[in-house]
Design a protein around this ligand. Structure first.
Ligand SMILES: CCCCCCCCCC/C=C\CCC/C=C/C(=O)SCCNC(=O)CCNC(=O)[C@H](O)C(C)(C)COP(=O)(O)OP(=O)(O)OC[C@H]1O[C@@H](n2cnc3c(N)ncnc32)[C@H](O)[C@@H]1OP(=O)(O)O
Ligand SMILES: Cc1cc2nc3c(=O)[nH]c(=O)nc-3n(C[C@H](O)[C@H](O)[C@H](O)COP(=O)(O)OP(=O)(O)OC[C@H]3O[C@@H](n4cnc5c(N)ncnc54)[C@H](O)[C@@H]3O)c2cc1C
Length: 642
C-alpha cells in the first residue's frame, strides 16, 4: 500500500524542524560508514561484563569521532548520535549528560561552573546523580545520608549511618563515574535542614580507585540497562570542602549561617528536567517497538480473508490494527505534548535562574508528575502489545522488543514511582477544587480552569472540541468526586494523611484523567497548527484514532454509556482509514537499522532470511554437539539404555 505523504516532511514535524530531521539522516549515514561505532556483535548474545565493556569501547570510539560527525555544541545532534551508536542499554556517560551536567547547571553557582562544568563537558571527569538509598527512594524527607558542617575546617562530613543509607541505583555510579552529585541532609549545629546537592569526588583521577572513605560498586543485573553500571555508594565520615555544596540557591556561610533557597524544592530541578523530557523519550521507545511490529505485520501472512488463494497480511486484521494503531497515535501525541512540556520547563528554568521567580514551580511539578506516570505506563502497555502482535517472533530477542520494554518500564519507577507521582498531581487537583468550593475560581491556573465549568448533557461527539468537552467533564467529575470523598473523611474527624490514603485510588484516577486530557488537547492543538494540508490530513486520521480510543478506554466515567456504541463505530472506521499510512507514519521516525537493533524489524523486510541468519549466529551453534551434552545428556541417555 502506498502512503499519501512524504516521510521526510513528516520527520520534520516529528523532530521539530527540517534541518534537524535532515541532520539526523546525515548523522545516521555517517555512523553507518564507521564500523568502529557499530556493535561488534548482537548485544543479546553478550553477557553483562561483555555488554559493559562493549558500551565503554563504543563510547570511547564515539568520543574520538564525534567532532567529525556533529557540532559538539548542538544538543539535539548529540542526542541522536548517542541513540544511534550507544543504543538504549546504558553506558558510562548515561547520567553524566542527563543529570550530572544539568544538575550542576541548575544548582551550581558561576564559581562552581568555573571549577567543574568545563571539565565535565570535556569529559575530563565523569559524573552521576546519587540520591536514592537502599531504604528510601520516594520519600526524600527520610533520606539518611548526612552532610554535617564543620566550621573549624570549613568542610562537610558526608556519612552513611547504616546500611539502609547506602546510595543504591544511581546510573553509571558503580564502575564508571569518578564524581557524583550526592543528595544528603545538610546538618548545621545538629539541625537537619533537609536534602541538598553536593559535588563529591569518588575516585582518584589518575588510578580510578575509590578514595579513602568511599565504598562503591555495581548493584548487579537488572531487567534492562545491563550495559550500564547502576551502583551503590557509602561514605565513612568523608570530608569535602564548603565550596562543594552546590550553592546557586541555598548557601552556607563560613561561620555556619544558612541562607535558604527561594523555594524549598528548587533543589529538585534535575528531576523535574528529566520528567519534562520523559514524554518525548518514551514516545521514541514506543515508536521503536511499533515500527518493528508494523513492518513485520506488513510482511507476515497468516490466514485468509476474501481471497482464498493467498494468505492475508496480518496488518489487515482489525484486531491487529486495534492492537497497534492507537499506540501509533499515542507515540505522536507524546512527542507533541513532550515538546510543549520541555518548552514550559525551559521557561521555568529561565524564570528561576535569571529572575529568581519560582511561581511556576508548583504547576510544572504537578504537570510533569502526572505526565511521566501516564506516558510511561501507556508506553509499557503499547510495547507489550507490539510484542504480542509479532506472535512467537516477538518473544525472541531477535525482535529486540523485550529489551525496549525493559528500558521503557524502568521509567514507571525512576524519577518518581508512578503512583507516588500521580498522588503529587492529585494534591494540586484537590487544592484546585478547594479553591472553587471557596469561591476563588479566579485563582485557578489555565490548565485546571475547566474544573470550575458546569456539567452539561453528554452527547455524541462529532467534532474534536466535543471530545475535549466530554473528556473535561469526565476529568472534572472525578477530581470533584475524589476531593469530596477526601474532605468528607476529614470533616468526619479522620486525620488528613489517613483520609488521603483512604481516597488514594480515586485520586490517582483523577490524575490520570487530567493528564490524558492534557495529552489529547496538546495533540489536537499541534496537529491543527500544521500548515502542510497533506500532512495535516494524515495526522487528523491519527487524532481520530486517538480521541475515539481514549474515550472508549475511559468510558466508565461517562454517565451515558450508550454513547460508546457510536464511538466504537467511529474508532473502527478510523482504524481502517489509517491502514494505508500506518507504516509510513512510523517510517517517518527514520530509525536506521543500526539504531533499531531488531532483526525482525529491519527495513529490507527479509524477515525469514534474517531470522535464520540470526539463529545460525547463536554461540550455541558454534559446534553441533555441546560439551554439556557430552558431559550430562549423553551419559544420562546411555544409562537409561542399560
Ligand atoms: C533529553 C535530555 C533528558 C532526556 C531524558 C529522557 C529519558 C532519560 C532516559 C535515561 C535513562 C535512565 C535515566 C534514569 C535516571 C533516573 C534518575 C532517578 O531516578 S533520580 C531519583 C529520582 N527520585 C525521585 O524522583 C524521588 C521521588 N520523590 C520526590 O520527588 C519527592 O519526594 C516527592 C515529590 C514525592 C515529595 O517531595 P517532598 O517530600 O520533598 O515534598 P513534600 O511532601 O514535603 O511536599 C511539600 C510540597 O512541595 C511540593 N513539591 C514537591 N516537589 C516539588 C517540586 N519539584 N516543585 C514544586 N513543588 C514540589 C509538594 O507537592 C508539596 O506541595 P503541597 O502544595 O504542600 O501539596
Ligand atoms: C532503571 C533505574 C534507574 C535509576 N537511576 C537512578 C539514578 O540515577 N539516581 C538515583 O538517585 N536513583 C535512581 N533510581 C532510583 C529510583 O529513582 C527509585 O527507585 C524511585 O524513585 C522509586 O523509589 P523506591 O525504589 O524507593 O520505591 P518505593 O518508594 O519503595 O516504592 C515501592 C512501592 O511503594 C509505593 N509507595 C511508596 N510511597 C508511597 C506513598 N507515599 N503513597 C503510596 N504509595 C507509595 C509505590 O507506589 C510502590 O508501589 C533508578 C531506578 C531505576 C529502576
Amino acid at each position: 500500500m502506498t502512503a499519501t505523504f512524504d516521510t521526510d516532511r513528516m520527520a520534520a514535524v516529528i523532530y521539530g524542524s527540517e534541518k534537524l530531521a535532515s541532520r539526523r539522516r546525515e548523522i545516521s549515514a555517517a555512523v553507518s560508514r564507521i564500523p568502529e561505532l557499530h556493535d561488534s556483535r548482537p548485544l543479546p548474545f553478550m553477557d553483562r561484563l561483555e555488554k559493559v565493556t562493549e558500551m565503554t569501547r563504543k563510547l570511547a570510539a564515539l568520543n574520538k569521532h564525534l567532532p567529525d560527525i556533529i557540532d559538539p555544541n548542538d544538543y539535539e545532534e548529540g542526542l541522536h548520535l548517542y541513540h544511534e551508536v550507544m543504543g538504549m542499554e546504558g553506558h558510562p556517560l548515561a547520567l553524566h549528560e542527563v543529570m550530572f551536567i544539568p544538575g550542576l547547571i541548575g544548582q551550581g553557582s558561576d564559581e562552581q561552573y568555573e571549577k567543574w562544568l568545563g571539565r565535565a563537558r570535556r569529559r575530563e571527569i565523569i559524573g552521576c546523580y546519587a540520591q536514592t538509598e537502599l531504604g528510601h527512594g520516594s520519600n526524600l524527607r527520610s533520606l539518611e545520608t548526612t552532610a554535617s558542617y564543620d566550621p573549624s575546617t570549613r568542610e562537610f562530613i558526608i556519612h552513611t549511618p547504616q546500611i539502609t543509607a547506602l546510595k543504591w541505583w544511581p546510573g553509571a555510579l558503580g564502575k564508571s563515574s569518578n564524581y557524583a552529585i550526592v543528595v544528603a541532609n545538610l546538618i548545621i549545629r545538629d539541625r537537619n535542614l533537609g536534602p541538598h546537592p553536593f559535588m563529591v569526588q569518588l575516585r582518584d583521577e589518575e588510578t580510578h580507585r575509590p578514595l579513602q572513605g568511599i565504598t562503591v560498586g555495581d548493584i548487579g543485573p537488572k531487567m534492562a540497562f545491563n550495559g550500564g553500571d547502576n551502583g551503590f555508594l557509602g561514605f565513612d565520615n568523608y570530608r569535602i570542602p564548603l565550596g562543594n555544596l552546590l550553592n546557586r540557591h541555598a548557601r552556607v556561610e563560613e561561620d555556619g549561617i544558612y541562607v535558604k533557597p527561594p523555594h524549598a524544592k528548587v533543589g529538585h530541578s534535575a528531576m523535574i528536567r528529566v520528567r519534562s523530557h520523559m514524554a518525548t523519550g518514551q514516545a521514541w521507545l514506543l515508536a521503536h517497538s511499533l515500527i518493528i511490529a508494523v513492518r513485520y505485520s506488513a510482511v507476515r501472512r497468516q490466514g485468509f480473508l476474501e481471497d482464498k488463494t493467498r494468505e492475508v497480511k496480518i496488518l489487515d486484521y482489525q484486531t491487529q490494527q486495534y492492537r497497534l494503531f492507537p499506540s501509533i497515535a499515542r507515540a505522536y501525541a507524546f512527542i507533541f505534548c513532550g515538546f510543549e512540556t520541555i518548552r514550559l520547563y525551559d521557561q521555568l528554568i529561565l524564570d528561576v535562574n535569571k529572575h529568581g521567580n519560582t511561581s511556576g514551580m508548583a504547576d510544572l511539578h504537578a504537570l510533569t508528575s502526572g505526565l511521566k506516570s501516564v506516558v510511561t505506563y501507556q508506553t509499557g502497555e503499547g510495547i507489550e502489545q507490539a510484542r504480542m502482535a509479532c506472535g512467537g517472533h516477538g518473544y525472541s530477542m531477535a525482535s529486540y522488543i523485550s529489551e525496549i520494554y525493559g528500558v521503557a518500564i524502568g521509567g514507571c519507577t525512576y524519577e518518581g514511582e508512578n503512583m507516588v507521582m500521580l498522588l503529587q498531581l492529585a494534591r494540586y487537583l484537590v487544592k484546585s477544587v478547594e479553591l472553587i468550593k471557596n469561591g476563588k475560581s479566579k485563582e485557578l491556573g489555565p490548565m485546571v480552569a475547566y474544573l470550575a465549568e458546569p456539567d452539561t448533557q453528554e452527547k455524541t461527539p462529532l467534532e474534536l472540541k466535543d471530545y475535549v468537552k466530554l473528556f473535561q467533564m469526565m476529568s472534572k467529575r472525578q477530581s470533584w468526586k475524589a476531593t469530596e470523598r477526601y474532605l468528607k473523611l476529614v470533616e468526619g474527624g479522620v486525620s488528613r494523611d489517613v483520609a488521603w490514603n483512604k481516597t488514594a485510588v480515586e485520586l490517582t484516577r483523577a490524575s490520570r484523567l487530567h493528564t490524558r486530557l492534557y495529552i489529547m488537547e496538546t495533540f489536537i492543538r499541534r496537529v491543527s497548527s500544521i500548515e502542510d494540508m497533506n500532512l495535516r490530513m494524515v495526522l487528523r486520521d491519527l487524532v481520530n484514532v486517538h480521541v475515539n480510543y481514549e474515550l472508549l478506554d475511559c468510558g466508565i466515567y461517562l454517565h451515558d454509556v450508550s454513547l460508546l456504541d457510536s464511538i466504537k463505530n467511529q474508532l473502527y472506521s478510523s482504524l481502517h482509514s489509517l491502514r494505508p499510512n500506518a507504516l509510513s507514519l512510523l517510517d517517518s521516525f527514520q530509525f536506521s537499522d543500526i539504531q533499531l537493533r531488531s532483526v525482525l524489524g529491519r527495513r529490507d523486510g527479509h524477515v525469514y532470511e534474517n531470522l535464520f541468519e540470526w539463529a545460525k549466529s547463536s554461540p550455541l551453534n558454534v559446534s553441533d554437539v555441546l560439551p554439556s551434552v557430552d558431559r550430562y545428556l549423553r551419559p544420562m541417555m546411555e544409562k537409561a539404555k542399560l
